[in-house]
Ligand binder design. Structure first.
Ligand code: PLP
Length: 368
């Protein structure tokens, strides 16, 4: 139940990886084996491009979503970087000078605030707003944000790592100049991702020393990883309508837990990914829930991060104005392409068991 962290590698992707590993060639070599490897990379590029409705020539393969976000933020080298307060840390920490765009209590970016931040003037800007949040699943009005960014002459980047393969993502409709993708969130291997660049947006390489990836990312391509990414992209695109049906199970989880306790579901009043829910178990620290659920064979993650021994609610929930104590009891449950109905029932009964054992107690007692 932690597919937003990583989702199982799809059989098609496993097969593509194995097939690519059996080859010898370097895609930059002009001989036969080199050309065979190049073919694999270019086939995958087409499939990844299709996932976001763009041309293959815009796809720059990277070593994952984190690297693609860094490439977008640092490679575009704008004087100002404005990012939503709920972005993944790979955007927020990519450069020290990020200005945070506030979100409302549903976790949706405040477009008017962005507009006034941009009209304050200053250096040319990059705006970075994600398509869907990894912790809450909340969707952002990216097209609207792009329009505001475009009017101010800013470049627009969208981290679509969690949205791609889970809902339709169309680069033109988003109006973005750059879109980040990651293979292991859609059923490909970890450690491979892409920055899809539209209309030749100006992005300088971070990794230099070779002409690969149109001079934007030097180094011999991860042929097997890229092959797996391509196969996963194709399968995820074909499975979009199945994925949308996960909303029914997510809603069932929320409804059944609400019968047992006064839970809070973050972002529940606004459009969200079909597979994600971020919810509280009143009075029980997220860490205690995770350990207890793990003992029952159920994997979820926390809506909070542990820094220097002190559990702090996540920056996402804090930006949404969440009460700190309440946010410290939030876990993220995320379903995936291979989730079965029995997983939902098993989660609900495990949650009820943990709640019966720990519910309502002081957090420290519960954790002990
Ligand atoms: N962006 C978002 C929204 C994510 O959820 C993640 C991973 O959790 C990343 C970026 C980073 O991707 P990767 O794990 O491929 O580096």
């Amino acid at each position: 139940m932690d597919h937003n962290a990583t989702t199982p590698v799809r059989p098609e992707a496993q097969a593509a990886v194995m097939e690519a590993l059996a080859l010898v060639g370097n895609p930059s070599s002009v001989h036969g084996p080199g050309r065979a490897a190049r073919r694999i990379v270019e086939d995958a590029r087409e499939k990844v491009a299709e996932l976001v409705g763009w041309e293959p020539s815009g796809v720059i393969f990277t070593g994952g979503g984190t690297e693609a976000n860094n490439l977008a933020v640092r490679g575009s080298d704008r004087g100002r970087v404005l990012a939503s307060a709920v972005e993944h840390v790979s955007v927020l920490d990519a450069t020290p000078k990020v200005e945070e765009i506030p979100v409302d209590e549903s976790g949706v970016v405040e477009v008017e605030a962005l507009d006034s931040m941009l009209s304050a003037g200053g250096a040319p800007a990059l705006v970075s707003v994600m398509a869907a949040n990894n912790e809450t699943g909340v969707l952002q009005p990216v097209a609207e944000v792009s329009a505001v960014a475009g009017r101010a002459g800013a470049l627009m980047h969208c981290d679509a790592v969690q949205a791609a393969g889970k809902m339709e993502v169309d680069l033109s409709a988003l109006g973005a100049d750059m879109v980040t993708l990651s293979a292991h969130k859609i059923g490909g291997p970890a450690g491979v991702g892409a920055l899809v660049i539209a209309n030749d947006a100006p992005v300088a390489p971070m990794i230099r020393g070779g002409g690969q990836e149109r001079r934007r990312r030097a180094g011999t391509e991860n042929v097997a990883g890229i092959a797996g990414f391509g196969a996963a992209a194709e399968a995820a695109l074909a499975g979009l309508s199945d994925f949308a049906r996960l909303a029914e199970w997510r809603d069932r989880i929320e409804a059944r837990l609400a019968e047992r306790a006064e839970i809070k579901v973050f972002g529940s009043g606004t459009p969200r990914l079909a597979n994600t829910t971020c919810l509280t178990m009143p009075g029980v620290a997220a860490e205690a829930q995770i350990i207890a659920l793990d003992l029952l064979g159920v994997a979820v993650s926390a809506g909070s991060a542990c820094s220097s021994g002190k559990v702090e609610p996540s920056h996402v929930l804090q930006a949404m104005g969440a009460d700190k104590a309440e946010a410290a009891t939030a876990i993220r449950v995320s379903l995936g392409w291979d989730t079965a109905e029995q997983d939902i029932e098993r989660f609900i009964s495990a949650w009820a068991e943990v709640r019966a054992k720990m519910g309502g107690k002081d957090e420290r007692t519960a954790a002990a």
